[in-house]
Ligand binder design. Structure first.
Ligand code: AGP
Length: 611
């Protein structure tokens, strides 16, 4: 996610802002910028690329002033570019804004502001905030009231910092669902989206709560709640090391990213689901009834975890839309003879958007006139640029090599595309769609519940970390999620594990089952429950120890297996994704137990840009 810094005090702001942004580089970014106020006006310098490009640009200016805000951008709306970088200025430069998050209703506000004569320079949702704030200031409200009025209008997630010419010497910051910290110094104060950017200056901080607004001057920090009432809170003294602070206090990026899933699911849902219309916001992606009816088939092509998400998507599309879908790993697809023409839709899935095999599969598809839809996390990546259409999963930068939050967001994105196609084709009613939406909207809370009970996976990891062979089994979607669960255990714990369709065990792999073999069985699919339970009994009879992942309230499985992990009651479509969160946790704790390098597992790279 983007990084934010702010400074107000007695020193020159620019070097402090640049150093603060450098401390946030680990969050990932594609462009950066700073705004400094010096009594005569607000001066902005911004640049696409790494911080050194910005530093170079700054070195050619006389950016003096003792108050400023800074930002590293990880593109979500609009490609990485100078103009889309933050800070954004209002029309006459009266206001500068940096923003982390997504303004859901920016289009509507933008249209109103355009009608009032505001001119937009970037493609970002964030620029709307600058003009909207300016509009309230021009109506005569003071800085703080204008901020409150602006916050009343915007929907979505944000950490915002704003400065304005009218009230020099004050930074106002606000947060909702995106982190923001205010650091207290002596005659100078600091802001940042994360503690690491502050640690070299101060360890005394206020963590802003959702809905809170901070008014920060060199001498004072005032916090207000959403109802404009002042909030009094003790300063928090940070004891973390810089390394721990980068991980938000977690031991590893992987576990931090696992814990980000409730927020990411919520943001994706809010951004994509149009409850009023009863459809998915496809943002210009043309998957109309006419286009879909002309399709002879769909290919879903990806690698690793993204491929597993693709398998999940294939399953849903065939079951719900009744369109033939072939899922293939990109390294195979590119050397096969896939049947591609203008009646083929190729969906490529990639977190990084740079995976060489997936990129080549995309190029092959395009050469054969197939239409390519990319499901990507990284805006401006090669795959995003070369595809005909892009559906962003909005998961924020994933730093841990083992993909966790991206999988959940990819699978949900595919489910959303599937629902849109089914609605277009008349294979899903608005009523059915709304029921699915209810399940989606429950997911953030359900994932949070699972994360709260992670002591269960931790204890099981201790119990089973010495296993030599692990089998993940399941049927239907449970089988597909088993593959992802197995990959996670392999890649970070270096434990031999395999995923098998539960019904396939007796055709060979059951020969491997012996005393103490660990079998992790997924039982989230009610329609297939009895069948999988029989398979569990088969492996039990041959000495396996079994962990069952089943829905709350299931009393049957408990009678048969050693251990149970319960997930909240959910539908056939969503329950496997909840089950996957538990296996992410299990893999993480096993790896921790075995002392492996969790975020940088041996032999692996985050982005595989070679064949
Ligand atoms: C997953 O944990 C892996 N690191 C890996 O399988 C990854 O999903 C694969 O390399 C694809 O990467 P991409 O999504 O960036 O294309």
């Amino acid at each position: 996610m983007c990084g934010i810094v702010g400074y107000v005090g007695k020193q020159q702001a620019a070097p402090i802002l640049l150093d603060g942004l450098a401390k946030l580089e680990y969050r990932g970014y594609d462009s950066a910028g700073i705004a400094v106020e010096n009594g005569e006006g607000i001066h902005v310098v911004k640049a696409q690329g790494k911080l050194m490009v910005l530093r170079e640009k700054v070195s050619h200016t006389t950016l003096s002033g003792t108050i400023g805000i800074g930002h590293t951008r990880w593109a979500t709306h609009g490609a990485p570019s100078d103009v889309n970088s933050h800070p954004h200025l209002s029309g006459d430069g009266a206001v500068a804004v940096v923003h982390n998050g997504i303004i859901e209703n920016y289009q509507q506000i933008k249209e109103e502001l355009l009608a009032k004569g505001y001119v937009f320079h970037s493609e970002t949702d964030s620029e709307t905030v600058a003009h909207l704030l300016d509009d309230f200031l021009k109506q005569g409200y003071d800085f703080l009231e204008s901020v409150f009025l602006m916050l009343d209008r915007i929907e979505g997630a944000y950490a915002l910092e704003m400065i304005c010419r009218q009230e020099p010497g004050t930074i106002i910051a606000a947060r909702k669902n995106c982190p923001l910290v205010v650091g207290k110094g002596e005659g100078e104060n600091y802001l940042a989206s994360d503690v690491p950017a502050l640690l070299h200056h101060t360890r005394d901080v206020y963590f802003l709560e959702d809905g809170e607004v901070a008014v920060v001057t060199a001498q004072q920090i005032h916090l207000f709640n959403h109802d404009r009432q002042e909030v009094h809170r003790d300063l928090f003294h940070v004891e973390w090391s810089v390394d721990a602070a980068e991980k938000g206090g977690y031991d590893h990026f992987m576990i931090k990213e696992i814990h980000e899933q409730p927020r990411i699911v919520e943001e994706l849902f809010n951004h994509r689901v149009d409850l009023e219309k009863g459809d998915i916001r496809m943002e210009g992606i043309e998957l109309t009834k006419e286009t879909l009816e002309k399709l002879s088939r769909i290919y879903v092509v990806a690698c690793g975890t993204a491929y597993h998400a693709g398998l999940y998507g294939k399953y849903l599309m065939e079951k719900i839309c009744r369109i033939p879908v072939v899922a293939d790993v990109a390294s195979e697809f590119r050397y096969k003879a896939p049947i591609l023409d203008e009646h083929t839709l190729v969906i490529v899935v990639s977190q990084s958007g740079e995976t060489a095999d997936t990129l080549e599969a995309l190029r092959i598809a395009k050469r054969h006139h197939a239409r390519v839809l990319a499901i990507v996390n990284t805006v401006g990546s090669s795959i995003a640029r070369e595809a005909d259409d892009v559906f962003y999963i909005l998961a924020g930068p994933e730093i841990s090599v083992a993909s966790t939050k991206a999988f959940t967001a990819q699978a949900l994105s595919l489910a959303m595309i599937c629902c849109h196609m089914a609605l277009e084709l008349g294979r899903m009613t608005k009523e059915e769609f709304r029921t699915i939406c209810q399940d989606w909207s429950a997911m953030p809370r359900q994932i949070s519940e699972l994360l709260k009970q992670s002591a269960i996976e931790e204890a099981l990891a201790k119990k089973y970390a010495q296993s030599k062979n692990v089998f993940y089994i399941g049927r239907g979607l449970d089988y597909l999620v088993s593959m992802e669960s197995s990959l996670k255990l392999k890649e970070i714990a270096y434990l031999h594990s395999e995923a098998y369709a539960a019904g396939e065990l007796k055709h060979g792999p059951i020969a491997m089952i012996e005393d103490e073999t660990l079998v992790i069985a997924m039982l989230t699919q009610k329609a297939l429950y009895e069948k999988t339970l029989s398979n569990i009994k088969e492996v039990k009879a041959r000495g396996a120890k079994v962990i069952a992942i089943t829905m709350a309230g299931d009393t049957e499985a408990k009678k048969t297996v050693e251990d149970v992990i319960e997930i909240p009651q959910s539908s056939w479509m969503m329950a496997p994704l909840l089950a996957n969160v538990t296996t992410q946790l299990f893999a993480y704790y096993v790896a921790r137990e075995l002392g492996t390098d969790i975020d940088q597992p041996r032999n692996l790279a985050k982005s595989v840009t070679v064949e």
